[in-house]
Design a protein around this ligand. Structure first.
Ligand code: ZN
Length: 114
């Protein structure tokens, strides 16, 4: 099943949020519409984390913040061997953490060209 993440756009001023806020951080509006969040993004910052909490089935993980073409900044996992500042990455939605009876979905960012 193809999963998709949503961004939440303020209906008053158009500001995009992810995850959903109760109040628009720009204008204070409380009404949002969902906008699909997909496609390419630019890598802004990243880090590698060891000693992960329970539920991560691997020894280490990359985490990053990217900026989508619509200007929205989102955090997620990074699966890139040699990250370069500003490089194009592709957003995939997949299980990021395996939980008991429930898996957690989130963004995983991979190289835009493979
Ligand atoms: Zn707003």
């Amino acid at each position: 099943m193809e999963r998709e993440m949503q961004a939440y756009q303020c209906t008053q001023c158009g500001e995009l949020h992810h995850p959903l806020h109760y109040v628009c951080r720009k204008c204070g509006g409380r009404d949002f519409k969902e906008v699909p969040l997909r496609g390419e993004a630019a890598l802004l910052t990243w880090t590698k984390v060891y000693n992960l909490p329970e539920g991560y089935m691997r020894p280490s993980l990359g985490f990053c913040i990217v900026e989508f073409e619509n200007g929205l900044r989102v955090a997620g996992q990074l699966e890139v061997d040699r990250p370069i500042f500003g490089m194009k990455v592709r957003a995939v939605v997949d299980v990021v953490r395996e939980g008991v009876g429930e898996d957690y979905y989130g963004f995983i960012f991979k190289p835009a060209q493979e």
